[in-house]
Design a protein. Structure first.
Length: 547
């Protein structure tokens, strides 16, 4: 899409294009612009397109064993990452379709950023996730050859992300060397960098997709930052040694932030506003108030109530509770505990129509930041390793018990739902004595050991690190009714694992249902999302009717 400042957006890519990449399994940075050149990947076939003077053409065709992504445009050409079965290439592509590999590695590469002849990039070992350990490197480009390569920051025990050249030519990046993802500025000497605005907060999420940039160095050398974690995300401005919150009405920011003149552009939302491309003036933030939908009745929206209480082993638990917006069946209301995917993701304080669908039908809903969630520092993010299916279940159960105790949920009407890794948590929660009366698992991972081999190569180390004593979800251990929803084209969690689990539950006579949709792992297509929501609501209603 393209829009003039202050104007409406219009489709810019060729008709029928679906912009997206499958790089490393989850894609990201699938387009890049440089003057009149617009480069993008069409997800349908994985081809690289160039749009120039209104004419779109394919400049690189995808081979059967490769994916392209992490695009950045510079100097009339493109830098990108090409993933093959056993290696990554950092590739230079020219408008005439010629290309050259600058760097090849059997580990993973990302975030190529160029300034003049100086290039920086990230790499991380094939047996690690980038949020556990990665390196920031620099080198000089000499007629397409990379020379004098050296590491600036990072190791197997330090995660570096989001490198960016500032307007003054200095290099910035985010590192968790302090235990928190904080901002650093490179001093131009190998491994010499200065922490900027150190704080006990994360300035980045785990980079599941390429191309995140959650901070922006402005022309006046002030820096816009997005802090993650807790009960909402905040936009902050650092001027010199002063750090201040920009007081907008937004409570959720995706990790895409751009500075242009005095303004910032962000993908932002709030409890009453779905994510939008927003123009924000840090010096007059109230002028950046979110738009409202003309037909939207705010009184029908359930807004979150922050929960903060002692949970696991006296640790602090964070959750967002959404009360029903219509009269519930009984008082207190039935409760749906939502387990976010990842499991390194985190709850967000923004309008979610899927959630509102259930509060509008008389259910309370609670989002939980269980152990393993991001936004709470490196140690918390890694605290689920080796305990997946146990620690997360304990935390979700603790939130449910707390809401029962304070009379916000009915003890016999508690359900748990999750997608992908969250689906595994939901199924493990009803595979042991618990407060949950039933579970809905969408695109669920069933067998962590098998997932180590079926997951995209990039993700396999995560599967290995998470796996714990809970093991495979087994039909003979499940104690409560289950609804399974899965896509036919799931490249992350094999459909056959869910089908085998469904057959096992049917053989036991356990109330269960499997719905297979024509969709990918994310179940994000409109028809798939609508079908999944309707099936989930009907599942809960049947259980409530059965008492």
């Amino acid at each position: 899409m393209r829009a003039p400042l202050g104007g409406e957006g219009a489709e810019f890519s060729h008709p029928g294009a679906d912009i997206g990449s499958d790089l490393h399994g989850y894609g990201g940075a699938a387009y890049a612009t440089d003057g009149n050149l617009v480069w993008y990947v069409d997800r349908a076939h994985g081809n690289l397109w160039l749009l120039e003077e209104g004419r779109a053409r394919i400049v690189m065709q995808r081979r059967a064993d490769e994916n392209l992504g992490d695009l950045t445009a510079a100097g009339g050409r493109l830098l990108c990452i090409r993933e093959r079965a056993d290696r990554n290439d950092l590739v230079e592509v020219f408008p005439d379709g010629t290309s050259k590999s600058i760097l090849t590695s059997d580990s993973f590469l990302g975030s190529p950023r160029e300034r003049g002849t100086q290039l920086v990039w990230l790499n991380w070992d094939a047996d690690q996730m980038p949020w556990d350990g990665s390196k920031l490197n620099t080198g000089t480009l000499n007629d397409g050859a990379l020379i004098d390569a050296t590491t600036i920051s990072g190791s197997r025990y330090e995660s570096v992300t989001q490198p960016s050249w500032g307007p003054d030519g200095r290099l910035w990046f985010i590192s968790d060397k302090s235990g928190w993802w904080n901002l650093y500025r490179w001093n131009g000497v190998s491994k010499a960098s200065t922490p900027m605005a150190p704080m006990p907060a994360d300035l980045a999420p785990p980079e599941w997709e390429a191309g995140y940039h959650g901070y922006a160095v402005r022309a006046d050398n002030s820096i816009a930052l997005i802090t993650h974690g807790g009960l909402q995300q905040r936009l902050r401005i650092m001027r010199g040694n002063s750090l201040e919150v920009v007081s907008t009405n937004f409570t959720s920011f995706k990790p895409y932030l751009v500075s242009h003149g005095r303004s910032l552009f962000a993908v932002a939302g709030s409890p009453t506003q779905t994510p939008q491309v927003a123009k924000i003036d840090p010096d007059n933030p109230q002028a950046s108030a979110p738009r409202t939908h003309a037909s939207l009745d705010i009184s029908t929206i359930s807004t979150p109530e922050p929960l903060e209480f002692h949970g696991f082993s006296g640790g602090t638990m964070y959750a967002l509770f959404y009360p029903p917006t219509v009269e519930p069946t009984g008082n207190p209301p039935p409760l749906i505990v939502r387990v976010h995917p990842g499991p390194t993701s985190a709850m967000t304080s923004r309008l979610d129509w899927s959630l509102q669908y259930f509060t509008g039908h008389g259910f309370a809903v609670v989002d939980v930041d269980y152990r393993g969630s991001s936004g709470y520092g490196r140690d918390f993010r890694r605290s689920l390793y080796g305990r997946w299916g146990t620690a997360d279940v304990e935390d979700c159960s603790a939130v449910a018990e707390y809401l029962i105790e304070v009379n916000r949920a009915h003890r016999r009407k508690i359900f748990i739902t999750g997608a992908s890794a969250g689906g595994y948590t939901a199924l493990q929660a009803i595979s042991q004595p618990s407060v949950f009366a039933g579970a809905v698992a969408r695109s669920a991972i069933i067998d962590p050991q098998r997932w180590r081999h079926t997951a995209p190569r990039w993700q396999q180390p995560h599967a290995a690190a998470l796996a714990g004593p809970a093991g495979t979800v087994r039909a003979q251990r499940i104690r409560k009714p289950v609804l399974l929803i899965h896509g036919t084209d799931d490249h992350v969690a094999p459909l056959e694992d869910v089908e085998a689990l469904s057959r096992g539950m049917s053989a036991r006579g356990l109330p269960s249902q499997l719905i297979v949709l024509d969709a990918r792992h994310e179940l994000s297509a409109q028809h798939a999302l609508a079908s999944a929501l309707e099936a989930e609501l009907n599942f809960y209603r049947r259980l409530l009717a059965d008492g």
